[in-house]
Design a protein around this ligand. Structure first.
Ligand SMILES: [Zn+2]
Length: 105
């Protein structure tokens, strides 16, 4: 099991999934700095497009590096256009900005 933290490096709390007024979670789980420093299997990409609405969302470095270290780590991600979370993966709704490559593959 890879070690995880919240995006700010703090321990994973029980209430991190609580939603804020913009629809985002209070905090997101990421792979720890140590785990991410072991190397990336995909490029580090900060922005993805929700194919359903066409809006691009940009995420922080810790989240982007977690996707790059383990593309299958997340089941879903946030769309800033819709203000909600949707599935990623082969049958998911997101592609990396400027590509046809699905997020989470
Ligand atoms: Zn959307």
């Amino acid at each position: 099991m890879a070690e995880t933290t919240l995006t700010d490096g703090s321990p994973v709390s029980e209430d991190h999934r609580n939603l804020m007024s913009n629809g985002q979670q209070k905090c997101y789980v990421v792979l720890s700095d140590d785990e991410r420093s072991k190397g990336f299997v995909r490029p580090v990409r900060r922005s993805y497009v929700h194919e359903t609405c066409g809006v691009t969302t940009t995420m922080g470095a810790a989240l982007a590096e977690t996707f790059a270290r383990d593309p299958y780590f997340y089941a879903g991600t946030f769309c800033s256009g819709c203000g909600s979370h949707f599935p990623v993966g082969e049958d998911g709704q997101f592609v990396w900005d400027g590509t046809k490559e699905k997020v989470g593959t």
